[in-house]
Structure formats: C-alpha cells, structure tokens
Design a protein around this ligand. Sequence first.
Ligand SMILES: [Zn+2]
Length: 297
Amino acid sequence: MIYLFNILFYLSFSIVAQGQVLPSVTTDNAEYDKLDEFCTRVNGSFKKYRWNKIICNPKRWKYEKISTQGDPLIYQTFFANPNSKKNTFIFCGIHGDELPSTYLCIHLVRDIIFDNPELYKNSNIIIAPLVNPDSFFFKKPSRLNANGVDLNRNFPTKDWDRLALHLWKNHYSSAKRRYPGPEAASEVETQFVVDIIKRFNPERIISVHGPYGFWDYDYLGSKTEWKKVKRTARKLGKMSRNFPVKDFRVFPGSLGNYAGSDLQIPTYTLELNSVRSQDSHYLWMRFRNSLRYILTK
Ligand SMILES: [Zn+2]
C-alpha cells in the first residue's frame, strides 16, 4: 500500500507539472546527484519514523548552500504568480529534534502540488523544510547544529553584539542548548535563512517549532499594522482548533527579533504542542487549515 502510494505520489509530480504551481527543477547533474543522495537518506529517516504519507523527491528541491557537515540546504519557490510581490516564506526544522516541524513543511508541499493545488493558485510560497539537516540526521537529533549552535539565537539582530553572549553567560549560565555562536550569523544555516529573506523580501514569515504549544507573533512596525498581525495570529489560533496565541518575548539572535522587530516583517511562529515523531500526522491534520489560511491570504 505504501509503495502504491509512493508510485502515485511520484507520478503526480509529472502530471501536475502541467499545472500552474510550477517550481523550477534543477537540470544540473552534479546538483541532482547530491539531492538524490540526500533525499535517499531523508526518506530513510521518514521510513524509520513511519511517515509514509510524505516523501523527499530530489526533483522538487534546489540548493545553493551546504550545511556544516555537507548536506544541501534545500528550498523551493512555488510561485503561482511570479509578477506578484506578495510572498510568504515558511521554514521548518531549524531545531533538528523538533521532528514534526519538518513533517509539516513536507506535507505542505504535497498539499500544494498534489492534494489541493487549486487553493494555492494565487499564492507565492517559499519553503525550506529542513534548515538544520546535520542535527536531523544525528543518531539522537539535537536542537543545535553540528557546531553546537542554537540557530535561533544566531540571527544577526541589532542587539546581538551587545547582548547575545552576555545574556547567554550571565542569564543562562552558559547552557549548551542556548549557545548563540561565536558571532552573529556565524552559521551557514543561519546565513541560508537570512539570504532567502533578503532575496525574496517576503511579506510574512512562518517558522515551525515545538513543543510549547502556541502561535506566537512578532512585529515591530506601525501600531495599525501590528493590530492586523495580532488579528491574523488570533485567527490562526482559532483555525487550529483553538490553539493558544501568545505575544511571546524575543531574544538576541532569534528570528522573531531579526525579522519581526529589526526588519519589520510580520513573523509567526507555530510552537507545536509535541515534538514526538509519532504525533506528526495528527499535528498536520490539526494545523493544516491555519497554514493554508496564512499561505493563501
Ligand atoms: Zn525550536
């Protein structure tokens, strides 16, 4: 049954490729070989977690940067209307041990290409499903990247130089799992996310974490815009079977601080209420409506 599904899923790509949500596909052989080898290992992990509804298809991804341990930092643009400046950037797996995060991003690709392409016909979406692959592949996946850095404290926020290491040492007793790195954006995985934000200038950003269980929003622009962002966050909560919504604080080097405060791009963080691999599909079912809403708004 699983094999039949996989065959159908692969086939679907070539059929839907005639449609309008058409991601660009690599034609470079060396690049393709690397993606193929990468996806084979990713699919091995999916199999281990019994995630039989999703698959890593090397034809769907591209990359320019590679992780500390040599894996491609994959992403794709699903631009239904390339002339529109409206686009949303969603990324997953920045903390490698929050397993359902990557499941959601990959299932989203299935939703866009295969299950519900009509929903996305006016939407421009950039997806990076596995920002921290090194840690995802560790025998015991970890929050940190291969250099021991918490990538969500490594973004080049205006307050990084002044506060990040100071706070880490004095407030968090140099806790390993919160190490912000030797300097701002020292990590290639952080640079990867920053580059996408700079290149595509998204209208909004979504990142998926766990397990604290709330929707969080960050935005430091005009009061009027902030109210809109807050309203959207509340709607996301409602659409996720009444999931809590918080205006959680930001940290030196966190995405919310970098994108939401410094760059004034509305930034929504979905903190799933579980990081257990076996809860992944349930979490997709619970959050798919809110994700569809924010991605097609
Ligand atoms: Zn996280």
